[in-house]
Design a protein around this ligand. Structure first.
Ligand code: 5GP
Length: 188
């Protein structure tokens, strides 16, 4: 069970592409199934193995624009040529039910959440080193070279903003990083 301090808490997990956000958040999910994990909408094409409604809701640009227009997104951003956003209603529902919620989003989105919900806790997941991050991103093999370059440029910008976050967690070990994240969520 989560402690009292966790109630109504929104936690944002950011960090450069390739740092292992999905693995750490997946481990967090296993550690505590009570937590609500937001499923974003994106205009990016699904990667092999990605499932509609589980990893993302894959939508086209006009549907995305409509959601923005209608105020249905809590935050949204363009990242490496694609649009990503957090549907507002399910997050608000979870928080209203007293379930802590986690958003796994990039820097511009994290900044929007900070403005809209100052009580949210912002955590940046950090790589053990820059070299390690480059190795993970190039070794993933899911992106074209140009896309990898764009993601590395974004990664540099994201890491430079780590001081804006309430906490930084180094992902040297997925389980340990997930436990640290959980402690941040259930602590005060
Ligand atoms: P990917 O294409 O690798 O799945 O995601 C690219 C980046 O977009 C990652 O940093 C990921 O955390 C971020 N992202 C995923 N969903 C959202 C969202 O709803 N809003 C924002 N601002 N970023 C997102």
């Amino acid at each position: 069970m989560l402690g009292k301090g966790a109630q109504h808490r929104l936690t944002v997990v950011s960090g450069p592409s390739g740092v292992g956000k999905s693995s750490v958040v997946g481990e967090l999910r296993r550690l505590n199934p009570d937590i609500y994990f937001s499923v974003s909408v994106t205009t990016r094409a699904p990667r092999p193995g990605e499932i509609e409604g589980a990893h993302y809701h894959f939508i086209d640009r006009s549907a995305f624009d409509k959601m923005v227009e209608n105020g249905e997104l809590l935050e949204w951003a363009e990242f490496a040529g694609n649009c990503y956003g957090t549907p507002r209603a399910p997050v608000e529902r979870a928080l209203a039910e007293g379930r802590p919620a986690v958003l796994e989003i990039e820097l511009q989105g994290a900044r929007q959440v900070r403005k809209a919900m100052p009580e949210a806790r912002l955590v940046m997941l950090m790589p053990p080193s820059w070299e390690e991050l480059v190795g993970r991103l190039t070794g993933r093999g899911t992106e074209e070279e140009a896309a990898v370059k764009a993601r590395l440029a974004e990664a540099e910008r994201e890491l430079a903003a780590s001081g804006e976050f309430d906490a930084r967690v180094v992902n040297a070990d997925v389980r340990a990083a997930a436990e640290q994240l959980l402690n941040l969520m259930i602590g005060d």
